[in-house]
Structure formats: C-alpha cells, structure tokens
Design a protein around this ligand. Structure first.
Ligand SMILES: NC(=O)C1=CN([C@@H]2O[C@H](COP(=O)(O)OP(=O)(O)OC[C@H]3O[C@@H](n4cnc5c(N)ncnc54)[C@H](O)[C@@H]3O)[C@@H](O)[C@H]2O)[C@@H](O)CC1
Ligand SMILES: Nc1ncnc2c1ncn2[C@@H]1O[C@H](COP(=O)(O)OP(=O)(O)O)[C@@H](O)[C@H]1O
Ligand SMILES: [K+]
Length: 535
C-alpha cells in the first residue's frame, strides 16, 4: 500500500484522467460509494444502518463532493441523513431543505440526536487555516462528543485541518474515531500531532488502476505485505533450514537484553540461537534461556596491560561465526573502550569475509552508541548492515543533530541517512520508519504507547535478526519485524490496555501473530487491512 504526498495524489488523479479517462466526477462516485461501503461495514455491533442518524458536514470542494455521494448511498441503505453545506449555510434534514431562519436551531437539534457526524469539510485542498466559523462548527461537534461519548466522528479523506504532508493540525480540527482516506494513506498521517487525530484508518478505493502507483517510493506496512514475507516452513526441515543466530549482546550489568533478543529470534522461527558470553555471565543466561547454546569468550581486558585480550575475544567470536546466518551486535554491551575495540575488530572480520560466507549483521543500542563516537563510523560497516536506532541513538549517529520534535522531517532524514550510510535504517518510534539505501521507505502505522517501555527494542532487534537468519533480505527482514513486533504489542494491549506491558510479554505473541497473518486470521483492534476494493 503506497503512501502519498498531496502533490503525488494530485499527479495520480491527473494521470488517471489522461491515461484512463477517469475524470474527477467518476473518481468522486467511486470515492463516495467506497466510503459508504466501509462506513456500513464498520458500524458498531449495536448499530443498524436502518434509522441510523447521520449528519454530514459538507465543504466547498471535492471533499464535500465525496461526502454528498456517500450520503446518497447511506440514504438508499436506509439511514436518516442530514447535511449541512458549510459555505451556503444550508441545512437539509432527511431530504427537506430547512428555511435559513431556522438553520441554527435545526442544526442544533440534528446534532443532538445524531449517531454519527461525517466530516467532509476539507481534504487535501486545504490551503489556509480553518476559518472562524468552520472552527466554531467543529468545536460545537466536539462539545457534543464530550457530552455524548457514543457520538462517532468519521472523517472523509482526512480530518479537516490536518496537513496531509506535514502532520500539522489546525487548532480547530476535530479528532476522528475513524478516517476513511481515499486511494492511499497520506504521508502526514504518520507524523504527530496528526496521528492522534486519525482514529481507525481505512482506505477507500477511487478506482485508480494500480499500475499508476508503481513509481511511488513510500509504502505502508500492512498484512498483505507481511503475509508474502513470512518464511515458509517446509515439512522436510531441520533446525539448519531456519538459520543460526549469534548474539553478541548483554553484560553483567545488562543481562536482560541478550535474553529478550535471543528469545525473540527463536520465537519468530530461527533454528538455533547462540549467545556469545563470558564465563562470568554464562550462569545468568544458562538459567534463563535453556534453548540457547553458548559461545564462551574470554573476559574483556581489564587494563591497558592486557589489551591483547580484545583480540582473543574477537578471535573466539569469529571462530564461531562460520555457519551462522545472522549476527546481532550491541544491546546491553556497555560502552567501554575495550568493547568499542572488540566491535571494530568484529566489523573488520566481517568486511574481510565474502558476503555469502559471513552472517548478516544487525547493530542496535550500545553497538550504535559505541560507533557514534567515531568519525565516519559507517565506513566500518560491512555491506547489507541493518541498524535500529531509537531517536536518541539516531541523534548520536548524526553527531548530535536533533532528529525528533516540531518541524523535523523524520522521513526525509531517514531516507537521506540510509542512502549516505548505505544501511537499512530502522528509525524507531511511534510510527517506525524503515529506509532502504536505494531511497525506498516503509512506514508502520501501529502507534501504541504500551510499547514505550524498556526492553521492547531488544525484542525488535531479535526479531529482525531471526528473520535475517531465515533468509529474508535486510529491508524485508526489518519491515516484517517491525510489523510483527508492533502487532504483538497490539495483542498484549488488547488484554492489558496501553500501560504495564513488559517486553517479555511480547515473546509468546510473536508466533501467534505470524500464524494468524499467514492464515489471514489476524484481527487487530484498529488496523487498516487492505484498500477496500468493493464487495
Ligand atoms: N479531484 C479528484 O479527482 C478527487 C478528489 N477527491 C477528494 O477531493 C479532495 C480534494 O478536493 P479539493 O482539491 O477540491 O479540495 P478540498 O475539498 O479539500 O477543498 C478545497 C476548497 O476548500 C477551500 N478551502 C481551502 N482551505 C480552506 C479553509 N481553511 N477554510 C475554508 N475553505 C477552505 C478552497 O478554497 C476550495 O474551495 C480530497 O481530499 C478527496 O476527498 C477524491 O474524491 C478523489 C478524486
Ligand atoms: N508510542 C509508541 N508506539 C509504537 N511503538 C513504540 C512506541 N514507543 C516505543 N515503541 C517501540 O518500542 C521499541 C522501543 O525500542 P528502544 O527505545 O530501543 O527500547 P529499549 O532500548 O529499551 O529496548 C521500538 O521498537 C519502538 O518503535
Ligand atoms: K474531511
């Protein structure tokens, strides 16, 4: 599913007309009909379309036009529809035009009995701040919703006042319970504050031939995409079939990260998990992760005098690596100069090996923190490396440049840095960005505050590594991992709510999510599935 900017959406519409004769009125008929179908399919269980009271707020442009077409379909289906044309101040209640002198009181009465308000005021054509009277209208609906929480707000294409490119939001914008966007999700939805205003996201069809989208470079992760990448499990398999994972992670002070990452790799199907540990840390892992095997490394050097020990450590690790398909390096390693040196030596070893003979590399957390202290750190990485920074780590990698907040375009930054550094970059956050060194980008929709807790990043790193071990290309392994990880979070939240998740809670849900996605049986709380292409 492609994500578009306003300009790209306009270009798609223009091409649809030029190449396929799909004029604006034709597209609008599709849009309104598709929006009505989605609306009816998503009615709450206690609602029936018959006698459902729906108030449409109609704007002056094509967004309003979409609303009018949708309204006609709902009338035919039996709903009690009223609409208020904002520009003309004209109210029509169940087919009857209301005399101008009574518009205010009638609008008040319609609003008070409405089950749904449909915001079809403005879409991608918004060109200035909302006018005062539009803000007042939306404010009145907002107050009604506060008094009657059962009132549902549905936005057509986008909640009016959301900037579909930047995610900025007009102060008058009304939060939607559901947004039925048309043709493609808009880029701004994936940024804050807009993300908070969208509610459940559904994508309607306007009948565009899909080949028109083939040049677009930004995609949204969804089930259809993920299903095609979940590794196949042949009956005639053994643990070697699904790849061996090595984790160079954890330390006496941070043992949990290796446990979480290693367990996560196993939970997404990797054949064998090996933790690189020292004699000192072995007992911690041996008692908690029974399924893992261990590569015992000598203790790190304790002073300049026995510095040669880092070489012994690297040697011991690299002696173990042949036969391993994926290596995760970083979580919980700490940031001593000895650790940094070991990391550099391991990178040197990996660069010296032919690609097909060495494991694919994922670097996270302290692996990145250690590297970011070095000038041109990316030149030390072997080809095909995946890095998974959170915004703080990303900022360090960018030499202190601010990477989140306000006006920062995280998407442009991720795209630029993946190209400059020649890595697959997973910029974590509420809507995680996955950027390929060739400029392609994928975005995750599933923001979930429950995941904002220590250790969930270690789980993600383990999932990425587990998919790499099963033979996925770096960009696909990273994309699938982000989707499966956040879907597991969604499952935990369905039970616990949006607080109190422990990173280890995710682990048993990883395989369940994979199973359900594979069998098309995954039913998350608020996930867009595919573009709705009609019944
Ligand atoms: N053009 C097409 O082919 C299609 C358009 N579609 C719909 O059309 C929308 C875009 O249509 P438009 O380009 O007509 O744009 P809009 O419907 O978003 O509105 C543009 C109109 O609103 C006015 N306006 C802009 N900002 C305003 C503000 N702050 N306060 C008050 N009035 C304001 C403009 O002067 C203009 O009259 C999409 O969001 C989508 O809903 C879809 O139906 C698909 C097909
Ligand atoms: N609000 C949120 N919505 C969705 N995902 C989130 C949110 N906050 C954090 N996450 C996810 O949780 C993980 C946190 O990773 P990270 O910050 O590295 O944690 P840690 O290092 O403690 O393991 C990332 O995958 C991130 O995308
Ligand atoms: K709208």
């Amino acid at each position: 599913m492609h994500i578009v900017t306003i300009e790209e959406m306009r270009e798609l519409e223009a091409q649809a007309e030029r190449q396929h004769g799909l004029t604006s009125p034709i597209l609008m008929q599709h849009a309104g009909s598709s929006a009505a179908d989605i609306f009816m399919a998503q009615l709450l269980p206690h609602h029936s379309i018959n006698d459902l009271e729906v108030l449409f707020l109609i704007g002056p442009g094509n967004n309003g036009g979409d609303g009018m077409v949708m309204a006609e379909h709902l009338v035919k289906a039996g709903a009690l529809v009223s609409y208020y044309a904002w520009k003309q101040h004209k109210l029509t209640v169940r087919g009857q035009d209301i005399d101008e002198r009574h518009t205010s009181e009638e609008l008040e009465s319609v609003l008070q009995s409405a089950d749904y308000v449909v915001d079809a005021l403005l879409g991608t054509g918004t060109s200035r701040p909302l006018s005062d009277d539009m803000r007042a209208l939306l404010e009145r609906v907002k107050r009604e919703g506060e008094q009657r929480p059962e009132l549902r707000i549905v936005a057509i294409d986008l909640p009016s006042g959301v900037n579909a490119d930047t995610g900025e939001v007009d102060p008058g914008t009304l939060k939607a319970d559901m947004t039925i966007t048309l043709a493609c999700p808009k880029l701004g939805f994936f940024f804050f504050p807009a993300r908070e205003y969208i509610g459940e996201l559904h994508v309607g069809s306007i009948g565009l031939p899909t080949d028109l989208e083939s040049h677009l470079q930004t995609e949204m992760l969804n089930q259809g995409f993920c299903r095609s990448y979940i590794p196949h499990r042949p009956l005639n398999s053994n643990k070697g079939t699904f790849g061996k994972v090595m984790l160079f992670c954890g330390s006496a002070a941070y043992p949990g990260s290796a446990y979480l990452a290693g367990s996560a790799s196993g939970r997404v199907g990797a054949g064998l998990i090996t933790l690189a540990v020292t004699e000192k840390t072995l007992p911690i892992y041996a008692s908690s992760l029974h399924e893992a095997t261990f590569a015992i490394l000598p203790e790190g050097p304790t002073s300049e005098l026995n510095r040669g020990k880092t070489h012994e450590r690297t040697q011991a690790l690299s002696d173990h690596l042949p036969g391993y398909r994926a290596l995760l390096m970083g979580p919980g390693l700490g940031q001593s100069s000895e650790t940094r040196e070991t990391i550099l030596q391991v990178l040197e070893y990996l660069r010296s090996e032919p690609t097909e003979k060495r494991p694919h590399l994922v670097i996270d957390a302290d692996g990145l923190n250690n590297l970011s202290a070095l000038e041109h750190w990316w030149t030390f990485l072997p080809e095909g490396t995946i890095i998974t920074p959170h915004p703080g780590e990303m900022s360090r990698l960018c030499k202190g440049q601010k990477v989140s907040g306000g006006s920062i375009d995280r998407l442009a930054l991720a795209r630029e840095k993946a190209q400059e550094w020649q890595v697959t970059l997973v910029l974590k956050g509420a809507c995680t960005i996955i950027a390929h060194p060739d400029g392609r980008v994928r975005l995750n929709w599933k923001a979930n505050a429950a995941l904002a807790t220590a250790g969930t990043g270690d789980v993600l790193a383990g999932v990425v590594t587990g998919f790499l071990a099963q033979g996925l290309a770096p960009f696909d392994a990273a994309s699938l991992a982000v989707y499966i990880h956040s879907s597991a979070g969604e499952r935990v939240s369905a039970e616990l709510g949006n607080a109190g998740l422990l990173a280890s809670d995710l682990l048993p849900h990883l395989p369940r999510v994979m199973r359900d996605i594979k069998h098309n049986a995954y039913r998350p709380g608020s996930d867009i599935t595919e573009r709705y292409e009609g019944k």
